[in-house]
Design a protein around this ligand. Structure first.
Ligand SMILES: [Zn+2]
Length: 279
């Protein structure tokens, strides 16, 4: 079997109590998407038994050996809603018997050791945040709608209320997701960003169309979420950018590295982007 390939932020290794990672396609047993893949989402096309086994392998790969963490995901709705996860999660109360998420929203925060928060993506931006001082973590799902809804800003504000977190002490990472190289959007997206963010004009570029097509607008959600972190008080030098586009990144052998909703025309698996405090 192919080994699981999980992306991490190297500088976070110093935080011995922190567990985190971004999954890729590699290492799973799903057969629903070209080759064997690590699909971690409960998608229509995939066999739930395969997804369950992939999720378990992913959790083991992130957890300390012999101490698997309790995975807590969320039913994502492209909102600005963030949920606090308490120690009831350790009893498995935040998932159905089939392993599906109970909570609805687009962000999760916790300070409970043993809980592994995760957001699912296949182009949308995963943002992970750590308060190393009070030992609290957050995972946020920011597509363009969630970004406009201020999901990251809401998450940091909730961590301040719940855990006395200070944004200037936090570290954050903007994970693998569709880049400005590939994320074509319509004018209505620019209008919504312009109505909300003073830096909106920096996020959009127009490039000439190919084959006589009209010029096309692209949005940079990586920078949008970096701006949002900075506006919330996180120091720019404490924000890491993975900088890999889910739609065009390839492995050394030329295979697709990530699932991409756009590049795979809506028939794609899901990655999980996870963070937690070791037990
Ligand atoms: Zn790209």
């Amino acid at each position: 079997m192919v080994e699981i390939d999980i992306g991490t932020v190297a500088s976070w290794d110093d935080l011995g109590w922190l567990r985190h990672g971004f999954s890729t396609r590699a290492g799973g047993i799903s057969t629903a998407y070209s080759g064997l893949t690590l699909n971690l989402g409960w998608t229509r096309e995939d066999d739930p038994a395969h997804v369950r086994q992939n999720r378990s392998a992913f959790v083991q790969a992130i957890s300390l050996p012999g101490e698997p963490m309790q995975l807590v995901a969320i039913r994502q709705i492209h909102s600005g809603v963030v949920r606090v996860v308490g120690d009831e999660a350790l009893q498995g109360t935040l998932e159905t018997p089939e392993g599906k998420a109970v909570l609805e929203g687009d962000g999760l925060v916790t300070n409970v050791p043993g809980v592994l928060l995760a957001v699912g993506t296949a182009d949308c931006v995963p943002v992970l945040v750590v308060d190393p001082v009070h030992r609290a973590v957050g995972a946020f799902h920011a597509g363009w709608r969630g970004t406009v809804a201020g999901i990251v800003e809401q998450g940091i504000s909730l961590m301040q209320q719940q855990y006395k977190s200070q944004p200037r002490e936090m570290v954050a990472v903007v994970g693998p997701s569709i880049g400005a190289c590939c994320y074509a959007v319509g004018e209505e997206v620019r209008e919504q960003f312009a109505a909300r963010f003073h830096y909106a004009q920096d996020l959009f570029t127009t490039r000439p169309g190919t084959d006589g097509q009209a010029p096309q607008l692209y949005v940079d959600l990586w920078q949008a979420n970096r701006h949002q972190l900075i506006d919330a008080g996180v120091a720019p030098e404490r924000i890491s950018m993975i900088g890999e586009c889910t739609a065009c990144s390839r492995t050394v052998t030329g295979e697709r590295k990530y699932f991409s909703h756009r590049a795979e025309h809506g028939v794609a698996g899901r990655m999980l982007n996870a963070i937690g405090i070791a037990r």
